[in-house]
Design a protein around this ligand. Structure first.
Ligand SMILES: Cc1cc2nc3c(=O)[nH]c(=O)nc-3n(C[C@H](O)[C@H](O)[C@H](O)COP(=O)(O)O)c2cc1C
Length: 436
């Protein structure tokens, strides 16, 4: 489903808020989005800007599922299928994203948000960035942009992401197109980290039709229905980027990062800018959820895996829970080892049987209380490569190091399974017992 269709559908079902009051992109807008619990919203009157701003279309699993034309329960299978069978998108002539072409662009005309006091500057965060690598082809990845002036912004390129790899092995500038205001399929695909050489836009197209458009000034293709496309170059110049809040809701520090220079901006008619506040629901879901299929695939190689959730409490990045159909005594421990292969930044994983609801913290804690013994059901892996986002990791060396924890909360196979079953009371019609 395309973005504008989703917004229309959300409005028709009463799930979208319109704010007509004037709102400032400096501090105020991020606070309003947060206070709405990131419910989908359109700000019609943005102080100092002509463009409306929207946010919140990936703030819950249900809304993401609606954007992908599926349900929360079937989403994992849909993602696994799309990852396995990317579909080359078609090219559109006269695409919507080029209805307006600005050849002398000014980044100040776009409503970049300043989210919190202490941020390094105004940031664009819903920024799906497209590059091409000579060896591995097209790549889409999010790169937050901190505006420096009317033509320049620094882009955060995390090590080992394809854009950083390509940048580091290139001597010249790299063409980059930054797409803002995208469909759920494009947002999810850009959050995935498929093996190098797999085109995220072909995965987006496998999730739902995502035609592309050739850029005006670059040899790149972008989603044809993006609201805004910033065409430009990642230069060899470095400048300050950060501080900025990241996934763990702690502050990422200031670094020297590549400077992006804008050459041209294209937009749809009546284009809308997209905001995405860092560290909160939307950011967390978009980061964590795409790791669920990769964990699922690894665990499925060794045991029967029935579900995976990367949990919010772990910053939607560091912790996950995995549900399996246990058949052999060591299935739980094997699942732990496989899960860590499926998501390298993960620090803690817990394995549950299929009768435990892995969306319900109480159900999971019950299984840990009744099926888990620390002396026999726990795996600790010291000094493992860890996530730069975890303040408790050891950041003193070249590589971040952490210890990893796996908990096997599945019931043993060699005892009477009835001992571990949760009893349930019957459901009766209570009206039969109340005075009439
Ligand atoms: C909202 C959001 C913001 C992100 N910001 C950045 C960023 O600023 N820099 C970065 O390198 N990765 C960022 N990421 C992560 C990448 O999009 C993600 O890891 C991607 O899978 C990398 O895939 P690749 O290595 O194939 O490019 C962000 C992800 C999300 C969902």
């Amino acid at each position: 489903m395309q973005l504008r269709d989703l917004l229309k559908e959300l409005e028709a079902s009463g799930d979208l808020v319109r704010i007509k009051k004037e709102v400032d992109v400096k501090f105020e807008m991020a606070n309003v989005i947060n206070s709405l619990g990131e419910k989908p919203v359109i700000f019609e009157n943005v102080k100092g800007h002509t463009m409306p701003v929207f946010a919140g279309i990936a703030s819950s699993r249900d809304i993401i599922a609606r954007g992908l034309g599926t349900t929360k329960e079937d989403m994992l299978v849909k993602l696994v299928e799309a990852l396995g069978t990317p579909k080359e998108p078609e090219l559109l002539e006269n695409p919507p994203c080029q209805e307006v072409v600005i050849h002398d662009p000014d980044l100040n005309t776009l409503p970049f948000l300043t989210h919190l006091d202490g941020d390094g500057g105004p940031y664009a965060t819903a920024t799906v960035s497209i590059i091409k690598d000579k060896e591995t082809g097209r790549n889409a990845c999010y790169h937050r942009l901190m505006r420096l002036d009317s033509k320049r912004a620094t882009a955060r390129l995390i090590p080992k992401r394809q854009t950083r790899t390509t940048y580091d092995r290139t001597k010249n500038d790299i063409e980059m197109a930054i797409c803002i205001g995208n469909s759920t399929s494009v947002m999810i695909a850009a959050s995935l980290g498929p093996p190098s050489g797999v085109d995220e836009l072909a995965i987006a197209n496998a999730l739902s039709p995502t035609p592309l458009a050739k850029c005006i000034t670059l040899d790149l293709e972008v989603p044809a229905h993006s609201e805004i496309v910033i065409e430009g170059r990642l230069t060899r110049d470095l400048d300050r980027e950060g501080p900025f809040v990241d996934l763990t809701e702690t502050r990422d520090f200031e670094r020297q990062e590549p400077v992006f220079v804008v050459d041209c901006i294209t937009t749809r008619n009546e284009a809308m800018y997209q905001a995405l506040i860092p560290g909160r629901l939307e950011h967390k879901l978009l980061m964590g959820m795409p790791k669920e299929p990769t964990i699922y695939e690894e665990v499925s190689k060794v045991v029967t895996c029935t579900n995976v959730v990367v949990t919010m409490g772990g910053g939607s990045w560091l912790h996950s829970v995995v549900q399996i159909e246990k058949e052999n005594p060591d299935d739980g421990i094997r699942a732990i080892q496989a899960a860590f292969k499926g998501h390298k930044s993960m620090k803690q994983v817990t394995i549950f049987d299929s009768d435990v609801d892995i969306y319900d913290p109480i159900s999971m804690e019950w299984a840990l209380a009744t099926r888990f013994q620390a002396t026999s059901d726990m795996l600790i892996l010291p000094k493992q490569p860890g996530s730069s986002l975890d303040p408790s990791s050891d950041h003193s060396g070249k590589k971040t190091l952490t210890s990893k924890l796996g908990l096997d909360a599945t019931k043993p196979t060699d005892v009477d399974p009835k001992k571990y079953e949760k009893v349930s009371y019957g459901n009766i019609d209570i009206n039969d017992y109340l005075e009439k």
